[in-house]
Write a protein that binds this ligand. Sequence first.
Ligand code: GDP
Ligand code: MG
Length: 188
Amino acid sequence: MINDYRFKNKINNNIMEFTFKVIIVGPSAVGKTSLLNRFMHNQFALKYKLTIGVDFLTKTVEYQPSKSVKLHIWDIGGQERFKFLHRSFYEGASGALIAFDLSRQNTFSSMKNWLSEMRSIMTNEIPKVIIGNKTDLIPEIGQIIDRSAIEQYAKNEDCLYIETSAKTGENVEKAFLELTQCMVKKVG
Ligand code: GDP
Ligand code: MG
């Protein structure tokens, strides 16, 4: 059961609704929780609040007119001492967002470690979106990570690449929507 998290519910008018487990991973303070806050509540806070262990959220997404799915989103805290949670965190996921921070070069390389850990734990291939977050800071600090290198990496890893800002909301819905569409296509 846990390995087949996806299930269908028949709801009124014969509309089929899927529930997908989606995980968001990446180094600390890249904006994972903020992206979820923006997506769930259309809110943003500059104050940093550490995610402890794992958090869960549920949201219904209309991926096509009058067609929706439910996302059960798991948000992870990056602390070493919670590393034992990683296996159950990845288990049964249908899609993943892997985030880094466009204003901190080192988060791009740590994000790659997250992706390879995910690949080493998960036996099945799932749709993945790499997120370069904090685009709002680029006008201030410049493009410090080479965009073509990011795009090349995403392509090699068979991931979509989307640049977002949890602060302004730019592309946040789009990231979730595109991931949802890939997941639906995969089960459809
Ligand atoms: P997490 O550890 O990956 O969950 O990161 P958080 O969501 O807790 O965010 C870490 C810090 O970055 C917080 O102070 C946020 O306010 C800030 N932050 C998150 N997203 C953005 C963004 O898109 N732009 C800017 N400027 N700051 C952000
Ligand atoms: Mg967090």
